[in-house]
Design a protein around this ligand. Structure first.
Ligand code: ATR
Length: 291
């Protein structure tokens, strides 16, 4: 949409975070508005923590329809909401806010992103052993999704700092009454059997992300097999070293761009009531990132 097309009725959406360096959300949403001929614009706003409250007040005053929330505000924004969805409340983080005439509702559409990405493999995954690497905010959304929708037999919770995995385990035991966790330190030689026996492996750390694209959670190829599904939440580069290694052993691989587009699609739906053409956006984003 050209600049001239914006007019009195253009509806505003956005993203708040700090710093806002690498984000594909403006691309995803603005391309979709153009494809669907919707009169919206999506803008990034760099908001330091000290001005979060006033920024939110300002956005409401300007009549913003909604916004995404990223680091470092995902947790702190909770206290500024009038309503918090079940998944955002348990995950303890909000990535999408809907403004209904000053009444703010918070959601966590990362959960939807993970769910939709795994959905085609639901029968294979359900009831099996699963392995989550990471113990931060992304891992919390992943663990919630697995417990809520995929009935894990066991979740292996692996993290560089094992103590954080242990805390997360206790958190979910309390919040979701699920206690089939086993925690491990991220030390690849000790984890070959754990990975090998997992039907699903999810990397919910930032390991492998640009510019450290050579990094990988395990470079031991004996960790992978053809019956596995491996999801990497890292989306830049789209094909991480982890996905390449897993694919070389015949595993089914799912990239972080897919999950990114699905989470954006859910936010989009919450704001506009419309569906995002996810396949098309997945392809556009892959091309956009490559160039
Ligand atoms: P996010 O919200 O994206 O999950 P986060 O809460 O900062 O971000 O969590 C980052 C995760 O990536 C953590 O699990 C972190 O491990 P620690 O808990 O030990 O810090 C993990 N991580 C980041 N860099 C890593 C690295 N170089 N090696 C291993 N794990 C790493």
């Amino acid at each position: 949409m050209g600049k001239d097309s914006y007019h009195l009725n253009t509806k505003l959406l956005g993203l708040i975070g700090h710093p806002i360096k690498h984000t594909y959300s403006p691309f995803i949403h603005n391309v979709t508005f153009e494809l669907k001929k919707l009169d919206y614009i999506y803008l990034p706003f760099d908001i330091p923590p000290s001005t979060l409250k006033t920024a939110v007040k300002g956005m409401v005053a300007l009549g913003i329809k909604g916004f995404n929330v990223t680091i470092p505000h995902k947790e702190n924004i909770l206290q500024l909401m009038h309503n918090v969805s079940e998944e955002a409340s348990i995950v303890g983080a909000i990535n999408t806010v809907v403004n209904d005439l000053g009444k703010l509702s918070g959601f966590n559409t990362d959960v939807h992103g993970v769910y939709e990405t795994l959905l085609p493999y639901k029968d294979e995954i359900t009831g099996n052993e699963m392995c989550v690497v990471g113990a931060g905010g992304a891992a919390r959304a992943v663990i919630y999704t697995l417990i809520r929708y995929f009935k894990p037999n066991i979740i292996f919770l692996i993290n560089r700092t094992e103590q954080k995995a242990e805390s997360l385990k206790n958190y979910f035991i309390e919040k979701m009454k699920f206690d089939n966790f086993k925690t491990r330190e991220l030390f690849p030689p000790d984890l070959v059997d754990v990975f090998q026996n997992s039907k699903l492996i999810i990397n919910a750390t930032s390991v492998g992300m640009f510019p450290d694209s050579d990094d990988i959670i395990t470079n031991l190829e004996s960790s992978f097999n053809k019956d596995q599904i491996v999801l990497d939440l890292v989306y830049n580069p789209p094909q991480t070293q982890l996905l390449k290694l897993a694919a070389s052993k015949g595993a089914t691989i799912l990239d972080g761009i897919k999950m990114l587009v699905y989470q954006a699609a859910k936010s989009f739906e919450l704001w506009t009531g419309e569906q995002m053409p996810v396949e098309q956006l997945h392809k556009s984003l892959q091309l956009f990132i490559k160039n």
